[in-house]
Design a protein around this ligand. Structure first.
Ligand code: CTP
Length: 407
Protein backbone atom coordinates (compact mmCIF):
# COMPACT_ATOMS: atom_id res chain seq x y z
CA UNK A 1 0.00 0.00 0.00
CA UNK A 2 1.27 3.44 -0.93
CA UNK A 3 2.05 5.88 1.87
CA UNK A 4 -0.74 8.33 0.97
CA UNK A 5 -3.23 5.86 -0.54
CA UNK A 6 -6.74 7.24 -0.24
CA UNK A 7 -5.58 10.51 1.32
CA UNK A 8 -6.78 13.91 0.14
CA UNK A 9 -4.16 16.66 0.07
CA UNK A 10 -4.81 20.31 -0.72
CA UNK A 11 -1.59 21.75 -2.13
CA UNK A 12 -1.48 25.54 -1.82
CA UNK A 13 0.96 27.67 -3.80
CA UNK A 14 1.71 31.26 -2.86
CA UNK A 15 4.01 33.59 -4.77
CA UNK A 16 7.68 32.72 -5.07
CA UNK A 17 10.27 31.31 -7.44
CA UNK A 18 10.10 28.05 -5.47
CA UNK A 19 6.78 27.37 -7.25
CA UNK A 20 8.90 25.51 -9.80
CA UNK A 21 9.47 22.84 -7.14
CA UNK A 22 5.73 22.58 -6.45
CA UNK A 23 5.16 20.85 -9.77
CA UNK A 24 7.45 18.02 -8.69
CA UNK A 25 5.91 18.03 -5.21
CA UNK A 26 2.48 17.57 -6.78
CA UNK A 27 3.74 14.60 -8.84
CA UNK A 28 5.33 12.95 -5.82
CA UNK A 29 2.14 13.34 -3.77
CA UNK A 30 0.13 11.76 -6.58
CA UNK A 31 2.70 8.97 -6.96
CA UNK A 32 2.44 8.33 -3.22
CA UNK A 33 -1.26 7.60 -3.74
CA UNK A 34 -2.83 10.94 -2.73
CA UNK A 35 -5.58 12.82 -4.53
CA UNK A 36 -4.30 16.37 -4.81
CA UNK A 37 -6.35 19.56 -5.27
CA UNK A 38 -4.22 22.60 -6.03
CA UNK A 39 -5.10 26.12 -4.81
CA UNK A 40 -3.00 29.02 -6.08
CA UNK A 41 -2.80 32.65 -5.05
CA UNK A 42 -2.74 35.26 -7.78
CA UNK A 43 0.98 35.81 -7.13
CA UNK A 44 1.67 32.09 -7.55
CA UNK A 45 0.20 32.17 -11.06
CA UNK A 46 2.98 34.61 -12.01
CA UNK A 47 5.51 31.83 -11.34
CA UNK A 48 3.67 28.66 -12.39
CA UNK A 49 0.71 28.18 -14.67
CA UNK A 50 -2.48 26.65 -13.31
CA UNK A 51 -2.52 24.52 -16.49
CA UNK A 52 0.65 22.73 -15.40
CA UNK A 53 -0.66 22.11 -11.89
CA UNK A 54 -4.01 20.90 -13.21
CA UNK A 55 -2.32 18.51 -15.62
CA UNK A 56 -0.08 17.10 -12.88
CA UNK A 57 -2.78 16.80 -10.23
CA UNK A 58 -5.49 15.61 -12.59
CA UNK A 59 -7.98 17.75 -10.62
CA UNK A 60 -9.37 21.23 -11.24
CA UNK A 61 -7.11 23.98 -9.88
CA UNK A 62 -8.94 26.58 -7.79
CA UNK A 63 -7.79 30.20 -7.93
CA UNK A 64 -10.55 32.23 -6.34
CA UNK A 65 -13.22 32.02 -3.71
CA UNK A 66 -15.57 33.37 -6.36
CA UNK A 67 -15.09 30.20 -8.49
CA UNK A 68 -18.62 29.44 -9.69
CA UNK A 69 -17.79 25.83 -10.60
CA UNK A 70 -18.43 25.04 -6.95
CA UNK A 71 -22.20 24.38 -6.77
CA UNK A 72 -22.54 26.07 -3.37
CA UNK A 73 -19.90 28.75 -4.22
CA UNK A 74 -17.99 27.85 -1.07
CA UNK A 75 -14.68 26.48 -2.29
CA UNK A 76 -13.01 27.32 1.04
CA UNK A 77 -15.46 25.18 3.01
CA UNK A 78 -15.65 22.33 0.51
CA UNK A 79 -11.88 21.97 0.18
CA UNK A 80 -11.31 22.13 3.94
CA UNK A 81 -13.87 19.38 4.50
CA UNK A 82 -12.45 17.28 1.67
CA UNK A 83 -8.82 17.56 2.84
CA UNK A 84 -6.89 15.21 5.12
CA UNK A 85 -4.01 17.71 5.06
CA UNK A 86 -3.26 21.16 3.65
CA UNK A 87 0.29 21.81 2.47
CA UNK A 88 1.32 25.32 1.45
CA UNK A 89 4.51 25.12 -0.59
CA UNK A 90 5.88 27.62 -1.15
CA UNK A 91 4.56 29.64 1.79
CA UNK A 92 5.59 33.24 1.10
CA UNK A 93 6.31 35.85 3.77
CA UNK A 94 3.04 37.56 2.82
CA UNK A 95 0.98 34.37 3.08
CA UNK A 96 2.44 33.61 6.52
CA UNK A 97 1.69 37.21 7.58
CA UNK A 98 -1.91 36.80 6.41
CA UNK A 99 -2.28 33.57 8.37
CA UNK A 100 -0.73 35.13 11.48
CA UNK A 101 -3.41 37.84 11.36
CA UNK A 102 -6.26 35.52 10.43
CA UNK A 103 -6.84 37.37 7.17
CA UNK A 104 -9.02 35.85 4.46
CA UNK A 105 -8.77 38.12 1.45
CA UNK A 106 -7.55 35.35 -0.89
CA UNK A 107 -8.85 31.81 -1.24
CA UNK A 108 -5.69 30.11 0.09
CA UNK A 109 -5.56 32.09 3.36
CA UNK A 110 -9.34 31.83 3.68
CA UNK A 111 -9.16 28.07 3.25
CA UNK A 112 -6.45 27.74 5.92
CA UNK A 113 -8.55 29.84 8.30
CA UNK A 114 -11.71 27.84 7.64
CA UNK A 115 -10.16 24.37 7.86
CA UNK A 116 -11.38 22.02 10.60
CA UNK A 117 -8.19 22.56 12.62
CA UNK A 118 -8.56 19.54 14.92
CA UNK A 119 -8.70 17.11 12.03
CA UNK A 120 -6.75 18.70 9.17
CA UNK A 121 -3.05 19.42 9.74
CA UNK A 122 -1.66 22.54 8.05
CA UNK A 123 1.95 22.32 6.87
CA UNK A 124 3.80 25.40 5.65
CA UNK A 125 7.02 25.16 3.64
CA UNK A 126 8.41 28.70 3.67
CA UNK A 127 10.45 30.04 0.76
CA UNK A 128 11.86 33.53 0.53
CA UNK A 129 14.95 35.70 0.34
CA UNK A 130 17.20 35.30 3.38
CA UNK A 131 16.64 38.90 4.56
CA UNK A 132 12.89 38.42 4.40
CA UNK A 133 13.19 35.15 6.34
CA UNK A 134 15.44 36.70 9.00
CA UNK A 135 13.24 39.82 9.37
CA UNK A 136 11.75 40.07 12.88
CA UNK A 137 8.28 40.52 11.37
CA UNK A 138 8.54 37.18 9.53
CA UNK A 139 9.96 35.39 12.56
CA UNK A 140 7.18 36.87 14.71
CA UNK A 141 4.56 35.69 12.21
CA UNK A 142 6.12 32.21 12.04
CA UNK A 143 6.01 31.92 15.82
CA UNK A 144 2.37 33.06 15.79
CA UNK A 145 1.17 30.58 13.15
CA UNK A 146 2.99 27.79 15.01
CA UNK A 147 1.27 28.80 18.23
CA UNK A 148 -2.01 28.71 16.29
CA UNK A 149 -1.39 25.08 15.30
CA UNK A 150 0.37 25.18 11.92
CA UNK A 151 3.43 23.02 11.36
CA UNK A 152 6.13 25.25 9.87
CA UNK A 153 8.83 23.21 8.12
CA UNK A 154 12.36 24.48 8.38
CA UNK A 155 13.96 26.30 5.47
CA UNK A 156 16.93 25.02 3.54
CA UNK A 157 20.24 26.79 3.31
CA UNK A 158 22.16 27.67 0.17
CA UNK A 159 22.19 29.66 -3.02
CA UNK A 160 19.00 31.63 -3.66
CA UNK A 161 17.35 32.73 -6.88
CA UNK A 162 18.24 36.34 -6.02
CA UNK A 163 21.94 35.39 -6.05
CA UNK A 164 22.34 35.64 -2.29
CA UNK A 165 23.37 32.73 -0.09
CA UNK A 166 21.66 31.93 3.18
CA UNK A 167 18.55 30.57 4.90
CA UNK A 168 15.21 30.71 3.14
CA UNK A 169 15.19 28.09 0.40
CA UNK A 170 12.17 25.85 0.27
CA UNK A 171 12.82 22.25 1.28
CA UNK A 172 13.11 19.74 -1.54
CA UNK A 173 9.85 18.09 -2.68
CA UNK A 174 10.96 14.66 -1.37
CA UNK A 175 11.52 16.14 2.09
CA UNK A 176 8.11 17.81 2.11
CA UNK A 177 6.43 14.54 1.10
CA UNK A 178 8.15 12.78 4.03
CA UNK A 179 6.66 15.36 6.37
CA UNK A 180 3.19 15.07 4.84
CA UNK A 181 3.30 11.29 5.31
CA UNK A 182 4.49 11.76 8.90
CA UNK A 183 1.70 14.28 9.61
CA UNK A 184 -0.89 11.74 8.46
CA UNK A 185 0.56 8.69 10.27
CA UNK A 186 -1.15 7.58 13.49
CA UNK A 187 1.23 8.32 16.37
CA UNK A 188 1.40 4.78 17.77
CA UNK A 189 4.91 5.40 19.15
CA UNK A 190 4.30 8.92 20.49
CA UNK A 191 6.59 9.90 23.32
CA UNK A 192 8.94 6.91 22.86
CA UNK A 193 12.63 6.96 22.00
CA UNK A 194 13.59 4.34 19.42
CA UNK A 195 17.20 3.40 18.69
CA UNK A 196 17.91 1.65 15.38
CA UNK A 197 21.16 0.16 14.06
CA UNK A 198 21.56 -0.07 10.29
CA UNK A 199 23.96 -1.06 7.54
CA UNK A 200 27.15 -3.09 7.61
CA UNK A 201 30.17 -2.56 9.80
CA UNK A 202 33.68 -2.11 8.44
CA UNK A 203 36.47 -3.92 10.25
CA UNK A 204 39.87 -2.48 9.30
CA UNK A 205 42.85 -4.68 8.44
CA UNK A 206 45.26 -1.84 7.76
CA UNK A 207 44.83 1.87 6.87
CA UNK A 208 43.53 1.07 3.38
CA UNK A 209 41.75 -2.30 3.66
CA UNK A 210 39.02 -3.86 5.67
CA UNK A 211 36.28 -6.47 5.88
CA UNK A 212 32.63 -5.59 5.37
CA UNK A 213 29.43 -7.11 3.94
CA UNK A 214 26.66 -6.43 1.43
CA UNK A 215 24.14 -4.81 3.79
CA UNK A 216 22.86 -1.62 2.15
CA UNK A 217 21.26 -0.16 5.28
CA UNK A 218 17.95 0.36 3.46
CA UNK A 219 15.87 -1.70 5.91
CA UNK A 220 17.34 0.04 8.96
CA UNK A 221 16.86 3.48 7.40
CA UNK A 222 13.27 2.56 6.51
CA UNK A 223 12.71 1.51 10.14
CA UNK A 224 14.08 4.81 11.42
CA UNK A 225 11.83 6.71 9.02
CA UNK A 226 8.75 4.68 9.98
CA UNK A 227 9.45 5.09 13.71
CA UNK A 228 9.68 8.86 13.30
CA UNK A 229 6.46 8.91 11.25
CA UNK A 230 4.82 7.01 14.12
CA UNK A 231 5.76 9.80 16.52
CA UNK A 232 8.95 8.44 18.12
CA UNK A 233 12.17 10.30 18.79
CA UNK A 234 14.66 8.32 16.73
CA UNK A 235 18.41 7.73 16.96
CA UNK A 236 19.81 5.94 13.92
CA UNK A 237 23.25 4.40 14.38
CA UNK A 238 24.54 3.70 10.90
CA UNK A 239 27.51 1.80 9.56
CA UNK A 240 29.14 3.02 6.33
CA UNK A 241 26.29 3.48 3.83
CA UNK A 242 25.39 6.07 1.21
CA UNK A 243 21.82 6.86 2.16
CA UNK A 244 20.18 10.18 3.02
CA UNK A 245 19.17 10.62 6.67
CA UNK A 246 15.40 10.26 7.11
CA UNK A 247 13.68 13.51 8.11
CA UNK A 248 13.63 14.30 11.79
CA UNK A 249 16.01 11.48 12.72
CA UNK A 250 19.24 11.90 14.72
CA UNK A 251 21.98 9.98 12.93
CA UNK A 252 25.25 8.73 14.40
CA UNK A 253 27.73 7.42 11.82
CA UNK A 254 30.11 4.64 12.83
CA UNK A 255 32.49 2.29 11.06
CA UNK A 256 33.38 -0.74 13.15
CA UNK A 257 31.32 -3.09 15.35
CA UNK A 258 33.14 -1.75 18.39
CA UNK A 259 32.17 1.82 17.51
CA UNK A 260 28.58 0.73 16.89
CA UNK A 261 28.55 -1.02 20.26
CA UNK A 262 29.72 2.15 22.04
CA UNK A 263 27.24 4.38 20.20
CA UNK A 264 24.37 2.01 21.02
CA UNK A 265 25.30 1.78 24.69
CA UNK A 266 25.35 5.58 24.91
CA UNK A 267 21.93 5.85 23.20
CA UNK A 268 19.82 3.06 24.76
CA UNK A 269 19.91 4.41 28.31
CA UNK A 270 16.81 6.53 27.74
CA UNK A 271 15.30 4.43 24.95
CA UNK A 272 12.07 2.44 25.01
CA UNK A 273 12.73 0.39 21.88
CA UNK A 274 15.96 -0.96 20.39
CA UNK A 275 15.86 -2.38 16.87
CA UNK A 276 19.06 -4.09 15.71
CA UNK A 277 18.88 -4.16 11.93
CA UNK A 278 22.61 -3.78 11.29
CA UNK A 279 24.62 -6.62 9.77
CA UNK A 280 27.37 -6.50 12.38
CA UNK A 281 30.63 -8.26 11.60
CA UNK A 282 31.06 -11.19 13.98
CA UNK A 283 34.85 -10.91 14.02
CA UNK A 284 37.51 -8.24 13.69
CA UNK A 285 41.19 -8.47 12.96
CA UNK A 286 43.09 -8.83 16.25
CA UNK A 287 45.93 -6.48 15.32
CA UNK A 288 45.11 -3.67 12.89
CA UNK A 289 48.34 -2.85 11.05
CA UNK A 290 49.41 0.77 11.42
CA UNK A 291 50.85 0.79 7.93
CA UNK A 292 49.59 -0.72 4.70
CA UNK A 293 50.50 -4.41 4.50
CA UNK A 294 52.90 -4.93 1.58
CA UNK A 295 53.73 -7.98 -0.48
CA UNK A 296 57.17 -9.12 0.61
CA UNK A 297 58.00 -11.05 -2.57
CA UNK A 298 57.84 -14.44 -0.88
CA UNK A 299 54.44 -15.25 -2.38
CA UNK A 300 53.10 -15.84 1.16
CA UNK A 301 49.95 -13.89 2.06
CA UNK A 302 49.93 -12.32 5.52
CA UNK A 303 48.16 -14.37 8.16
CA UNK A 304 45.35 -12.58 9.97
CA UNK A 305 44.12 -13.49 13.42
CA UNK A 306 40.53 -12.66 14.38
CA UNK A 307 38.79 -11.93 17.65
CA UNK A 308 35.05 -11.92 18.23
CA UNK A 309 33.16 -8.61 18.28
CA UNK A 310 30.75 -7.80 21.10
CA UNK A 311 27.21 -8.99 20.39
CA UNK A 312 25.41 -5.65 20.59
CA UNK A 313 21.87 -7.00 20.59
CA UNK A 314 22.52 -9.75 23.15
CA UNK A 315 24.31 -7.28 25.43
CA UNK A 316 21.46 -4.74 25.30
CA UNK A 317 18.84 -7.48 25.74
CA UNK A 318 20.62 -8.66 28.91
CA UNK A 319 20.46 -5.21 30.55
CA UNK A 320 18.10 -4.84 33.52
CA UNK A 321 15.92 -2.28 31.68
CA UNK A 322 15.43 -4.73 28.83
CA UNK A 323 14.80 -7.69 31.10
CA UNK A 324 12.21 -5.76 33.07
CA UNK A 325 10.39 -4.77 29.86
CA UNK A 326 11.29 -1.06 29.91
CA UNK A 327 13.45 -1.43 26.82
CA UNK A 328 11.80 -3.56 24.11
CA UNK A 329 14.44 -5.25 21.94
CA UNK A 330 13.89 -6.36 18.37
CA UNK A 331 16.48 -8.43 16.52
CA UNK A 332 16.88 -9.16 12.85
CA UNK A 333 18.12 -12.39 11.34
CA UNK A 334 19.47 -12.54 7.84
CA UNK A 335 19.45 -16.23 7.00
CA UNK A 336 20.19 -18.16 3.86
CA UNK A 337 17.89 -21.15 4.63
CA UNK A 338 15.45 -22.64 7.21
CA UNK A 339 14.22 -19.15 8.11
CA UNK A 340 11.59 -20.12 10.67
CA UNK A 341 13.73 -22.57 12.64
CA UNK A 342 16.77 -20.30 12.56
CA UNK A 343 14.75 -17.24 13.55
CA UNK A 344 13.09 -19.06 16.46
CA UNK A 345 16.44 -20.32 17.72
CA UNK A 346 18.06 -16.91 17.32
CA UNK A 347 15.27 -15.17 19.23
CA UNK A 348 15.89 -17.38 22.22
CA UNK A 349 19.68 -17.18 21.91
CA UNK A 350 19.63 -13.39 21.79
CA UNK A 351 17.08 -13.14 24.59
CA UNK A 352 14.72 -10.79 22.72
CA UNK A 353 10.91 -10.75 22.69
CA UNK A 354 10.68 -10.22 18.92
CA UNK A 355 12.92 -11.40 16.11
CA UNK A 356 12.41 -10.44 12.47
CA UNK A 357 13.70 -12.91 9.92
CA UNK A 358 14.49 -12.33 6.29
CA UNK A 359 16.42 -14.15 3.61
CA UNK A 360 19.68 -12.19 3.45
CA UNK A 361 20.83 -12.78 -0.13
CA UNK A 362 17.31 -12.05 -1.41
CA UNK A 363 17.12 -8.65 0.26
CA UNK A 364 20.59 -7.09 0.47
CA UNK A 365 20.65 -3.88 -1.55
CA UNK A 366 17.06 -4.22 -2.77
CA UNK A 367 14.11 -1.93 -2.09
CA UNK A 368 11.75 -4.85 -1.44
CA UNK A 369 11.78 -7.47 1.27
CA UNK A 370 9.52 -9.97 3.04
CA UNK A 371 9.61 -10.42 6.79
CA UNK A 372 8.83 -13.18 9.25
CA UNK A 373 7.99 -11.93 12.75
CA UNK A 374 8.74 -14.47 15.45
CA UNK A 375 7.76 -13.89 19.06
CA UNK A 376 7.11 -16.11 22.05
CA UNK A 377 3.68 -17.13 20.83
CA UNK A 378 3.72 -17.23 17.05
CA UNK A 379 5.26 -16.46 13.69
CA UNK A 380 3.62 -13.90 11.39
CA UNK A 381 4.57 -13.32 7.76
CA UNK A 382 4.61 -9.82 6.33
CA UNK A 383 4.33 -10.51 2.59
CA UNK A 384 6.77 -9.03 0.06
CA UNK A 385 6.63 -5.27 -0.35
CA UNK A 386 8.75 -2.12 -0.26
CA UNK A 387 11.01 -1.99 2.80
CA UNK A 388 9.46 1.27 3.94
CA UNK A 389 5.94 -0.25 3.81
CA UNK A 390 7.13 -3.28 5.80
CA UNK A 391 8.84 -0.97 8.28
CA UNK A 392 5.53 0.87 8.84
CA UNK A 393 3.75 -2.44 9.49
CA UNK A 394 6.50 -3.47 11.89
CA UNK A 395 6.03 -0.27 13.91
CA UNK A 396 2.34 -1.09 14.33
CA UNK A 397 3.27 -4.64 15.44
CA UNK A 398 5.82 -3.30 17.93
CA UNK A 399 3.34 -0.75 19.30
CA UNK A 400 0.73 -3.48 19.83
CA UNK A 401 3.22 -5.60 21.74
CA UNK A 402 4.33 -2.61 23.84
CA UNK A 403 0.74 -2.08 24.87
CA UNK A 404 0.45 -5.79 25.61
CA UNK A 405 -2.36 -5.96 23.08
CA UNK A 406 -3.13 -8.61 20.49
CA UNK A 407 -0.08 -9.64 18.49
N1 CTP B 1 23.95 -8.47 16.11
C1 CTP B 1 24.54 -7.57 16.97
N2 CTP B 1 25.87 -7.64 17.24
C2 CTP B 1 26.63 -8.58 16.69
C3 CTP B 1 26.05 -9.54 15.82
C4 CTP B 1 24.70 -9.44 15.54
O1 CTP B 1 23.83 -6.68 17.47
N3 CTP B 1 27.92 -8.63 16.98
C5 CTP B 1 22.51 -8.41 15.88
C6 CTP B 1 22.10 -8.04 14.47
O2 CTP B 1 21.95 -6.65 14.33
C7 CTP B 1 20.77 -8.78 14.32
C8 CTP B 1 20.95 -10.01 15.18
O3 CTP B 1 21.99 -9.70 16.09
O4 CTP B 1 19.71 -8.05 14.89
C9 CTP B 1 21.30 -11.24 14.45
O5 CTP B 1 22.38 -11.03 13.58
P1 CTP B 1 23.02 -12.24 12.79
O6 CTP B 1 24.26 -11.79 12.10
O7 CTP B 1 21.95 -12.90 11.95
O8 CTP B 1 23.31 -13.19 14.01
P2 CTP B 1 24.59 -13.82 14.59
O9 CTP B 1 24.51 -13.70 16.06
O10 CTP B 1 25.80 -13.30 13.93
O11 CTP B 1 24.32 -15.35 14.21
P3 CTP B 1 24.89 -16.28 13.07
O12 CTP B 1 26.00 -15.55 12.39
O13 CTP B 1 25.32 -17.46 13.82
O14 CTP B 1 23.72 -16.57 12.19
Amino acid sequence: MKALEGKHVVLGLSGGVACYKSAQLCRLLVQAGARVRVVMTEAATQFMTPVTMQALSGEPVVLSQWDLREPNAMAHINLGRWADAIVVAPASADLIAQLAQGRASELLALLCLARPAQRVPLLLAPAMNREMWAHPATQRNVAQVQADGAQVLEVGQGEQACGEVGDGRMLEPEEIVEDVVAALTPKVLAGLHVVVTAGPTFEPIDPVRGITNHSSGKMGFALARAAREAGATVTLIAGPVHLPTPRGVRRVDVQSAQQMYEAVMAAVDQASVFIAAAAVADWRVAQVAERKLKKDGSGQPPSLTFVENPDILATVAAQPRARSGHLYCVGFAAESHDLLANAQAKRVRKGVPLLVGNIGPATFGRDDNALLLVDERQAIELPPGPKVALARQLMVEIAQRLRGGPA
